[in-house]
Design a protein around this ligand. Sequence first.
Ligand SMILES: NC(=O)c1ccc[n+]([C@@H]2O[C@H](COP(=O)([O-])OP(=O)(O)OC[C@H]3O[C@@H](n4cnc5c(N)ncnc54)[C@H](OP(=O)(O)O)[C@@H]3O)[C@@H](O)[C@H]2O)c1
Length: 333
Amino acid sequence: MKKPVIKVKWGILSTAKIGTSQVIPAMQQGELTEVCAIASRSIDEAKVWAGKLNIPKAYGSYEELLLDEEIEAIYNPLPNHLHVEWTIKSMQYGKHVLCEKPFALRSSDIPSVISLKKKKGLKIGEAFMVKTHPQWLKVKQLIEEGFIGKLELIHGFFSYFNNDPKNIRNIATYGGGALWDIGCYLVMTSRFIFGEEPVNVKASMTYDATFNIDKIVSAILEFPSGKAVFSASTQLVPYQRMQFFGTEKMLEISIPFNAPVEQPAEIIILKGDKFEKTNQVITIPVCNQYTIQFDAFSKAIIEDGEEPVTLEETYLNTKVIEALFRSAGVQKP
Ligand SMILES: NC(=O)c1ccc[n+]([C@@H]2O[C@H](COP(=O)([O-])OP(=O)(O)OC[C@H]3O[C@@H](n4cnc5c(N)ncnc54)[C@H](OP(=O)(O)O)[C@@H]3O)[C@@H](O)[C@H]2O)c1
């Protein structure tokens, strides 16, 4: 007899664009994930999105969602400065939480969340969806197997152009700026691929004087076994790429962060031929990284397993980001 499928019942905290445009539809394709309710500060907005996305329940405040006993887990895509506050509130109502990146704007906020998580027996995680995307798992596996020789250098880039003063990324008090918004991915993936923590970091920032945010960040992270060098920007032509240079070969992820759902992902293998004639491509079958992320998190809830990104990892990532801000401020490593 076929076993009945148990799905985790999720509630969505806000009508954030990332949720309504990409994450909720992806969650609805999940095998272990069920979207049961959405909350907004405006009941009209909540009802509009519940109608459009076929979500059974709509609430006109975040508190009402947390009071719903049917809801087991919360997806928190609020602006960055509200992540910790509403994650803790959700935990106080006994909910598991998958919170958008960056989880916290101060590493010192995280230890108390870890204590509360242990006390309540909840699953809490940061939504770094790249960590469960098969293209990243493949690159990690190839590097660990020595496929490129010894990994010495990671080169990364991530940018887009957004100068809308109302966008949360351009509001300094909300945790705006390039490093918090997208530089966090470059820090996280460099740490993930090296499997180490950096021992020294340097950063240089170009600031937007009107918004008082970093619009370009360039960084060097020195790990025990190699370096990661990257730039991220909120005000440059949209582009993203990750390259992993070994002593024998180089791997390149063509679309590392916004992996499209309608075409296979590609990893390019460069063997050192000057004209790149012998480049090969590894094709990763079409998938949706948000669906994978939520099913992995739901599985951790159902089976009492470890979250795909643990709070301990989040703490270390946040410490590195803080060190980069300090380095840019004093213009020293
Ligand atoms: N993982 C990814 O791929 C990815 C991609 C994009 C963004 N993100 C992250 O997701 C989060 C949301 O990003 P977004 O671009 O979707 O943001 P957004 O469209 O501006 O949505 C944020 C939502 O938060 C609610 N909110 C509560 N208090 C607010 C306040 N004081 N000001 C503004 N909004 C407030 C609003 O919902 P209500 O009006 O319904 O209450 C608003 O719609 C950010 O943390 C971002 O870093 C992740």
